[in-house]
Every structure is written in C-alpha cells, then in structure tokens.
Design a binder for this molecule. Sequence first.
Ligand SMILES: [Zn+2]
Ligand SMILES: [Zn+2]
Length: 135
Amino acid sequence: MVQITGSCLCGQLHYAGDTEIMGAMSCHCDACRKATGAIHSTNIFVADADITITGETLEFEHKSDSGSTMTKINCAKCGSPTLGRNTNRPGGLVLRAGSLDQKDLIKPGGYVFCENAVPSTVMDPALKQFPKMPT
Ligand SMILES: [Zn+2]
Ligand SMILES: [Zn+2]
C-alpha cells in the first residue's frame, strides 16, 4: 500500500488515500488527447473505495470506442482534468497522472492506442506499445 495525494491546478479538487496502484498506462487515444489538451495522457488505475475525493467537480460523460461510458472528472473551479471513471472497470478510479503529488509513483507500464499517436511523440523503447487497448 502507498499513501497518495493529488489535486487540480487550483487545489480546490483534492484526493487522498492509502491504495495499491493496479496499473498505469500512457494513452494516445483521441479522447484522452482532446480531454486533456496534452498529446497523450498517463492514467493510473486505483480502487475507487480507497480514495477520498474532496471539492466540487465538473463531470462529463462520453462513450468510448468499446461502448462503455467514460466520466471525466474535472475541477469545477479551474477545470483541470483530474480523475475519471469507466463503466468497463467497475470499482476503479482513474487518476490523471499529472494530478498526482508523488511523482516517483508515476511509472507507466506501456503505451495504448499507439495507432492514434501524434507522430512526433517520443516513446520509451523499453515499454510495450499496443495499437489499441489490450484486452
Ligand atoms: Zn481546481
Ligand atoms: Zn485514452
């Protein structure tokens, strides 16, 4: 178990908990790019039940390629993309890696949706690259 904390840019939306990091992936899908404004998004997966979220959120739902409902959870004040949920992963919570305070815990295991990657993106050749989301 590790103790984690994180927040949006303004600090209004905050999360904390003792949890097990179940995985982390850098995602190159179009939705992550558009939702974050970054050319790819590193997403960390933890158990929702471990994390206490405080502050007002602005939530937006959309359908993923696989038909699941994705919820983007952003700060209601500064708008920073901070957390997410996916109906394909019940009980799971996605941390937008950039919101995490413990930088040493951000260790992506690979890259997903590489077929959608921006061509100039530099990727670590030591990590696996998947054209889509591996099942
Ligand atoms: Zn904020
Ligand atoms: Zn994505």
